[in-house]
Design a protein around this ligand. Structure first.
Ligand SMILES: CC(C)(COP(=O)(O)OP(=O)(O)OC[C@H]1O[C@@H](n2cnc3c(N)ncnc32)[C@H](O)[C@@H]1OP(=O)(O)O)[C@@H](O)C(=O)NCCC(=O)NCCS
Length: 240
């Protein structure tokens, strides 16, 4: 289980690394922000897929990889027209794109959120009673963090389920391990209607929180090294 966090400024601006179906989608965006978010997500995912499958890091090789939204919105990946032997999930927030990827066949989910103040109404409307209790009992820096963290973990699980916000956010319930040393903390997302518990992880990065969940064994996600993703190589080759 690996993840890649990519900054928006590092995305190759020329769209020569997108495949035909992705270019079709790109042409439909009317505004810059969703267009750039779309490119950020694809760029992050293609870096992660190339690193996982040992493919070339160059625009032509990236154009053979396509990440196309299925009818429900979940990302589906092909390489040269064939389903890629990976399971992945995408998220973007402000300056960052996030991708979690595994060669396992079960579903994974990830989410990145900027930590910000959330209202009491937000917590009341979207959280379950035990989650509201966790927020109410939070101390110190956790008081501000927890509403965003719990929301993000729900989104990760809703991506595992391929439902997104079609499902009532109170149908999934986040349980956090007591905090321990180190950046990574374990979590679980209970989905009683599906008689399932999704294991997961969370960590902070600058002002953001990252969460991960899976419909199978979930080892702590490892960041790709710069050498594995070779992001700068492509940027260096990019005409300004
Ligand atoms: C999944 C969802 C909660 C993510 O929303 P978000 O927090 O704004 O966006 P994030 O950046 O964290 O994640 C976006 C990525 O989630 C993924 N995603 C979207 N729908 C998904 C689904 N049903 N299952 C799994 N992943 C999904 C996509 O890869 C998307 O990236 P892309 O748009 O570049 O292809 C939201 O898109 C959703 O609820 N989608 C399904 C229902 C829907 O379309 N509703 C309309 C809005 S309520």
């Amino acid at each position: 289980m690996n993840y890649l966090l990519q900054q928006k400024g590092g995305v190759r601006p020329e769209p020569d690394w997108l495949g035909p179906r992705e270019l079709e989608r790109l042409a439909k965006f009317k505004f810059d922000k969703p267009r750039l978010d779309y490119m950020l997500g694809r760029w992050t995912a293609k870096n992660a897929i190339s690193a996982t499958l040992g493919l070339e890091h160059d625009p032509a090789a990236y154009a053979l990889i396509q990440i196309v939204a299925a009818e429900d919105g979940a990302p589906e990946t092909t390489v040269d027209g064939h389903p890629a032997p990976v399971s992945l999930s995408l998220s973007h927030s402000h300056d960052y794109g996030l991708c979690v990827i595994t060669r396992e066949t079960y579903a994974v989910g990830c989410d990145i959120e900027l930590v910000e103040d959330r209202t009491a109404t937000f917590v009341q409307d979207y959280f379950t009673e035990p989650e509201r209790q966790i927020v109410a009992e939070a101390q110190g820096e956790y008081q501000r963090l927890l509403p965003t963290l719990i929301w993000s973990a729900k989104e990760s699980a809703l991506k595992v389920l391929r439902q997104g916000l079609r499902l009532d956010t109170r149908k999934v319930e986040v349980e956090l391990d007591p905090p321990h040393e180190g950046p990574w903390q374990a979590l679980r997302v209970h989905y009683p209607d599906g008689n399932t518990v999704f294991p997961g992880w969370w960590r902070c990065h600058d002002d953001y929180v990252l969460t991960f969940a899976a419909d199978g064994p979930m080892p702590c996600p490892q960041a790709f090294s710069t050498e594995q993703t070779a992001q700068t190589l492509l940027l260096e080759g990019s005409p300004q």
